[in-house]
Design a protein. Structure first.
Length: 99
């Protein structure tokens, strides 16, 4: 699924125009990105958490020359799925669920 597919599904599921759904989806993504840029964790109940992590400076190798290089410290965003989402992706086998 890409952004356009998501917009179309939001519009269809909520009976709104695609333009309106696009504004809502774009706004949600913008707010998540702004919170992450500020270093805040974004927790979406039943879905998961977006969390900013700090990566320390580290040594690496230039793949073209093999020369050792220093990779600068940076931040990255990680996603941790909520239990409800993990359970949706990995349903319990019928034999365990019946017990």
């Amino acid at each position: 699924m890409n952004t356009m597919d998501l917009i179309e599904r939001v519009a269809a599921d909520n009976g709104v125009a695609k333009e309106h759904a696009r504004k809502i989806v774009d706004s949600a993504f913008t707010l998540i990105a702004a919170a992450a840029a500020a270093g805040d964790e974004v927790a979406l109940s039943g879905f998961g958490r977006f969390k900013v992590m700090q990566l320390a400076e580290r040594q690496g190798r230039n793949p073209a020359t093999g020369e050792a290089i220093t990779i600068a410290a940076s931040r990255k965003i990680s996603f941790v799925a909520a239990k409800a989402l993990r359970d949706t992706l990995n349903p319990a086998p019928a034999s365990i669920a019946a017990e």
